[in-house]
Design a protein. Structure first.
Length: 150
C-alpha cells in the first residue's frame, strides 16, 4: 500500500512539474520533488534525480558567476511578482486567475531566493580562494587571528 501511495504522489508531483515547465510556476522544483518521492521506493528514480540535482547545481553556479545573469534573473522574478500582485489586486490579465497569480508570486520569490543563494555561494568561494594557505603543522587548516591571539 505504501508503495502505491509513493508511486501516485511522486507521479502526480512529477507530472505537475512537467506541466509547469511550460507554464508559469516552479516546474523544475516539482519534477525534482516528484523524483525524490519516487526514489524512496524505486531505484530507477535515483538516476534522473541525480541528473536533476546536477543540472540545478550547474544553474546555481552559472547565476552565481555572472552578475548580468543574476540581474536579469532578479528582473524576471520581479516581473513575475508584479504580474501576480496585479492580478491579485484585481487587474485583469489574460490567462491569469487567482491560483496562477499566487503561483507567479511564489515563483518570483523562489527565484529571488535562488539568486541570493547563488551569489552568496559564489562570494564565499571567492573568499576561500583568496585566503592564504594554512600554517605548517596544522594539516592545512587556516584560522583567522582573533582578538585574544596576541
Amino acid at each position: 500500500m505504501k508503495t502505491v501511495v509513493v508511486a501516485v504522489l511522486g507521479g502526480l508531483l512529477t507530472l505537475a512539474g512537467i506541466g509547469l515547465l511550460v507554464l508559469p510556476g516552479p516546474g523544475f522544483l516539482l519534477v525534482a520533488a516528484g523524483l525524490a518521492v519516487l526514489a524512496t521506493r524505486f531505484s530507477w528514480a535515483k538516476r534522473p534525480l541525480d541528473y536533476a540535482k546536477d543540472k540545478a547545481q550547474d544553474g546555481i553556479e552559472e547565476v552565481g558567476k555572472s552578475p548580468w545573469r543574476a540581474a536579469l534573473a532578479v528582473l524576471a522574478a520581479l516581473a513575475l511578482v508584479a504580474a501576480g500582485v496585479l492580478a491579485l489586486i484585481g487587474v485583469d490579465l489574460p490567462f491569469v486567475n487567482t491560483l496562477s497569480a499566487v503561483v507567479l508570486v511564489i515563483s518570483g520569490l523562489f527565484l529571488i531566493g535562488t539568486v541570493v543563494f547563488a551569489r552568496r555561494l559564489e562570494q564565499l568561494q571567492e573568499a576561500r580562494a583568496r585566503r592564504p594557505a594554512g600554517v605548517p603543522g596544522t594539516a592545512g587548516s587556516y584560522r583567522a587571528a582573533g582578538p585574544d591571539s596576541r
